[in-house]
Design a protein around this ligand. Structure first.
Ligand SMILES: *Cc1c(COP(=O)(O)O)cnc(C)c1O
Length: 408
């Protein structure tokens, strides 16, 4: 093969279509470098990043705290396997336990894997109580990952319907419907899995009454309450974990995305009581608790959990919301701006229903990286450390995108 072909600057978007199984439809530009909330493409065009790698890059791009943790660990030890423990993963476990409800942790590499572990643990807990206690209650519109078990728990049939037969006994009910939840969670229910704020489903927050009802009903029936905090966790909402602002403590919490700040890692957190149902060999993964991932996650987590950093997330959130509201007073493209902290969704106004993707594309053309959450919501999940200047510059670019959008 011609060596010159492997020079990164010679790659382009067409190569993706040529070589990749067509599961994604990436943007036309290819990014090569990032710093904070700015990124640059192959032609050195600079973009403002309001996407944060899909709610992952909590400290933005190339933050010194994360870079140094990665480089320090890279010189020491990369990987061992779970046959031998390592210091970074022990430190990370201790830190997660100190700063959450958890007493025990399991490490993996992604959100789907964390949820897979949670659902398997819940099935095993249920089995210990009764042979038929294996029903899982999940919610319409939910997103829990792409493994077969997690797409089945997810409440968007488009992600699961072509892959039947699916794991059985998962029942979906309406999100935020207290009466439906009280009726559905029964003696045969082993678990309820819920996102405190539905992320992919459109940035829809669970109401306090709903979460309270789930907690009470799980307690009454002996079902395990699982909070999927893969998107809401690690400072995203301005709280270290979203559950901390709800007054409701789950039995199992799953965390990934921002946990590694861009280095792949996931974790399942739980109590002593529930953890005891898993025995050596019941579950596992080769890379889970890898030293490199753990070292980076520890640095990111310790940075994000500082009260000043979490308070700044709230300030940045207020600024971004206020700026988008000002735009919306001029252009009336959004019906609602919702979410918490730096997990924000702009719901398209009636006249533009279903057109979030078009606006996102125009934002990209104006050098602003944004996300969507379903066809009707433009989503922003910037770095928790985004500067005021980057917020204002991003909003200027959003305005240019909106001007073009309404003229279409
Ligand atoms: C992204 C996401 C997942 C899946 O995480 P992966 O790392 O992509 O497997 C699961 N649950 C929620 C709430 C998510 O936002």
């Amino acid at each position: 093969m011609n060596q010159s072909l492997s020079s990164p600057s010679q790659f382009n978007r067409q190569n993706f279509d040529e070589w990749f199984i067509p599961l994604y439809a990436p943007a036309d530009f290819i990014l090569v470098r990032g710093e904070g909330s700015r990124v640059w493409d192959q032609q050195s065009r600079e973009y403002v990043d309001f996407a944060g790698g899909i709610a992952v890059n909590a400290l933005g791009h190339s933050h010194p705290v994360a870079v140094n943790a990665l480089i320090d660990q890279a010189h020491k030890l990369w990987h061992l396997s779970n046959g031998i423990s390592n210091e970074p993963v022990l430190a990370l476990a201790q830190c997660l336990i100190q700063h959450t409800f958890a007493e025990k942790v399991f490490f993996c590499n992604s959100g789907a894997e964390a949820n897979e572990a949670a659902l398997k643990l819940a099935r095993k807990v249920g089995l210990s109580q009764a042979a038929n206690k294996n029903k899982i209650i999940a919610f319409h519109n939910a997103f829990h990952g792409r493994t077969l078990f997690t797409v089945s728990a997810g409440g968007q049939p488009k992600y699961s319907q072509d892959f039947a037969p699916l794991p059985p006994n998962i029942e979906h009910i309406a999100f935020n419907d207290v009466a439906a939840a009280l009726a559905a969670i029964d003696a045969e229910t082993c678990a309820v899995i819920v996102e405190p704020i539905q992320g992919e489903g459109g940035i829809i927050a669970a109401t306090p009454e709903f979460l309270q009802a789930l907690r009470a009903r799980c307690d009454a029936t002996g079902a395990v309450l699982i909070f999927d905090e893969v998107q809401t966790g690690v400072g995203r909402t301005g709280h270290l974990y979203a559950y901390m602002s709800t007054g409701i403590t789950p039995d199992i919490l799953t965390t990934a995305k921002a946990l590694g700040g861009g280095f792949p890692i996931g974790a399942m957190l739980t109590t002593d009581q529930f953890s005891q149902h898993f025995k050596v060999g019941d579950h596992g993964t080769t890379y889970g608790g890898n030293p490199l991932a753990s070292a980076v996650a520890l640095a990111v987590f310790n940075y994000v959990r500082q009260p000043s950093v979490l308070a700044a997330v709230q300030q940045r959130s207020r600024l971004l919301i206020e700026q988008i509201q000002l735009l919306n007073q001029k252009y009336a493209v959004f019906a609602e701006i919702r979410g918490q902290g730096l997990l924000l969704g702009c719901v398209m106004a009636e006249a533009y229903a279903g057109q979030a993707k078009q606006l996102q594309q125009l934002a990209g053309e104006e050098a602003l990286l944004a996300l969507i959450a379903g066809p009707n919501v433009l989503r922003f999940t910037p770095a928790l450390t985004i500067t005021e200047q980057d917020i204002l510059e991003g909003v200027l670019r959003l305005e240019r995108a909106i001007q073009r959008f309404i003229q279409q």
